[in-house]
Design a protein around this ligand. Structure first.
Ligand SMILES: Nc1ncnc2c1ncn2[C@@H]1O[C@H](COP(=O)(O)OP(=O)(O)OP(=O)(O)O)[C@@H](O)[C@H]1O
Ligand SMILES: Cc1ncsc1CCO
Ligand SMILES: [Mg+2]
Length: 261
């Protein structure tokens, strides 16, 4: 996260009610600055001043959808990168329909979701259980297929994570299963990918930047588990924020488990 700490990017988040506080604290921990607003009166102006825009559909309403559209148009005009987290797409027909329609009108740099959400987004079979979702496809195949269909970088997360831009595909094995026992760790990851690509710049390879962000996030979780396993997931959540606060390139040296596939 060295680049994020050096650049201190401002990340405008239009995200869900469940994870707002956790997302803001996680962004601060890695050295980014969060701002949350979906107010139609100001959302375009805020998106224009931000270095990155995060859109997360976790508790999507028609009002919030319109805010996302306005902010995304302003971000596209400014060439500010957008990260989309299509939470629970596939769980209801409303979400699937509106997120697919949204993607027809705007360009997003990165889409990050679990296997079910990404599969549903491209019309493949998805096994959804509310906000949790799985696909029967291996994550690297799904990420590559979705990247080609959607014309963006796609990150598929789960037990193993995969990132693809359609040409280059990476498999990331860092992380810990306890991440799936704390709500919003996927949502925070989307925000941190946004901070990472905003800090590194959009003229560097986005799939590599996203892969680095995922690997460092996973390593922070491994470290947090080692320091909380005797306590439980409440302590893990706190230790995870602690680890995000100090994880850096030096710490990651030799511990990154990434393969190009
Ligand atoms: N079984 C697992 N083993 C290791 N890491 C996991 C596992 N499941 C999820 N993760 C990690 O948890 C993080 C969140 O990914 P996940 O796929 O659970 O997101 P999500 O379903 O969108 O979560 P949420 O909706 O709660 O934000 C990622 O860093 C991912 O690598
Ligand atoms: C539990 C939950 N419900 C809507 S959004 C959200 C946070 C995790 O995605
Ligand atoms: Mg999710």
């Amino acid at each position: 996260m060295d680049w994020v700490r050096k650049k201190n990017p401002l990340i405008h988040c239009i995200t869900n009610d469940v994870v707002t506080n956790f997302t803001a604290n996680g962004l601060l921990a890695v050295g980014a600055s969060p701002v949350m607003t979906a107010n139609h009166e100001e959302v375009e102006e805020m998106a224009r001043t931000a270095d990155g825009l995060l859109l997360n559909t976790g508790t999507l309403t028609p009002y919030q959808y319109e805010a996302m559209r306005l902010a995304a148009q302003a971000a596209n005009e400014n060439q500010t990168p957008i990260v989309l987290d299509p939470v629970a797409v596939g769980a209801t027909s409303y979400r699937t329909r509106v997120v697919q329609a949204f993607l027809e009108g705007v360009h997003v740099a990165v889409i990050r979701g679990n296997g079910g959400e990404i599969a549903a987004l491209i019309g493949m079979h998805a096994d959804m259980h509310g906000v949790e979702g799985k696909s029967d496809q291996p994550p690297e195949m799904l990420a590559k297929e979705a990247a080609n269909v959607l014309g963006t970088v796609v990150c598929v997360t789960g037990e193993r994570d995969a990132v693809s831009d359609g040409k280059h595909t990476y498999l990331i094995k860092n992380g810990h299963v306890w991440l799936s026992r704390v709500v919003g760790t996927g949502c925070l990851l989307g925000a941190i990918i946004s901070a990472y690509i905003a800090a590194k710049g959009t003229n560097v390879d986005l799939s590599r930047s996203a892969t680095e962000a995922l690997a460092q996030y996973g390593l922070a979780a491994e470290d947090a588990f080692a320091r909380s396993k005797d306590e439980g997931i409440g302590t893990f959540q706190q230790r995870f924020l602690d680890s995000l606060g100090w994880i850096n390139d030096d710490h990651c040296h030799g511990k990154i488990n990434v393969q190009q596939v």
